[in-house]
Design a protein around this ligand. Sequence first.
Ligand code: EPZ
Length: 425
Amino acid sequence: MQSLEIKGGLKLKGEVEISGSKNSALPLIALTILSNREVQLENVPNVVDIKTLTKLLQMLGAEAQFGGTENNILKIDSKNINKTVATYDIVKTMRASILVLGPLLARFGHCDVSLPGGCAIGARPVDLHLKALEQMGATIEIEDGYVKARAENGLIGADIFFEKKTVTGTENIVMAAALARGKTRLFNCALEPEVVQTCEALKDAGVKITGIGTETIEVEGTDRELLNIEKIRVIPDRIEAGTYLVAGAITNSEITITNSESNHIGAIIDKLVEMGFSFHIKDDRITIIPALKIKPVEIITAEYPLFPTDMQAQFVALATQSNGTSVIEERLFENRFMHVSELNRLGADIKISHNRVSIHGGRELHGADMMATDLRASSALVLAGLVAKGTSRVHRIYHLDRGYQNLEKKFLGLGANIKRIKGIL
Ligand code: EPZ
């Protein structure tokens, strides 16, 4: 296992390029299952989750090659897929593998996809995905830990009412609906930019789809006729962008992020402004200007376009630097505070009460060993290490490698003192 060693207390400077969105690239990789030709995905982040899903498609019979870290081009030809079993050994490493369920079932009429277990941040069921597919005519059985889905005569368009907004649920069902027979209307859809990109890719491939970016999406299916999907450029990663803006904020430094989309991070910028920071925004460049003093903040996580749960941990770390008490409430996941005990090891004063944390800022943090537990919590530990006096080490950073491309290289480019070391844990 590997760790990151950070010598904290340094100001950052300069600029950092944001990579493509992991959470947009993942459904787009699954989308290639619906294509009648090789698909070229551009601006794909070179992170473990992308490699995992690509490997899954290769196990099913797709051909794929990554253009490498520089040009971040991933070419996938899923035309010759001849297997429809997504096995536990690969699904257990990444729950987003459930995204192959809708496309495989829509195209082949059958598939067995291992049920993704829960993960560190919560149970994360997929009941809404399964219920929707049953409403589209599929028979779904759970057997030996697998979702065994059958729709031998293809899926049939239906009205789908999502009882909760679900990002991958919306993506899964929109993709399934694209190859169904007849019209599917999806109600209470997730509005995330990643969902929008999946819908736009279907529209660009000729699928009749309306309501993109709204809570009600209508899809006229092609009745299993494959789609002509050629080239898609993945949108910037809004959570990575937010993470680096918080790196500037927590060290109270002026830094610029490039290749970003400010329209996707309005709620994040809004909270940073509330905490005393200001911004210069021009095209794809966003510069954060230090605060005269960092003010406490109140945050409730919610679905897009409101404050994203994937930025909650990073703001808990930032709030330790404010001159008051902040309160952050997590409304999407039941166990997404594992970073708190690690941050308290640095001398932070954070208390948890049910789904809410209160952060009493103004105490100096001192470097210590910390354990990463999930992707976004790990980034919060790195951010705290940047500001803690002395040396911090974040262990089990395979969590970080799932979703942040070249993290230490990017931080080194901003002037941080950070290096990857052989882990002791
Ligand atoms: C996506 O997960 C993201 N992952 C997550 O990012 C993100 O935290 C989450 O959306 C919320 O924004 C990807 O896009 C690959 P949901 P997803 O379905 O789709 C409940 C990261 O850090 N629910 O929108 O799995 C669920 O338990 C990851 O990159 C059901 O009850 O999340 C949760 O409480 C972490 N039944 C809420 O809905 C279902 O069938 C939102 O989940 C589906 C979801």
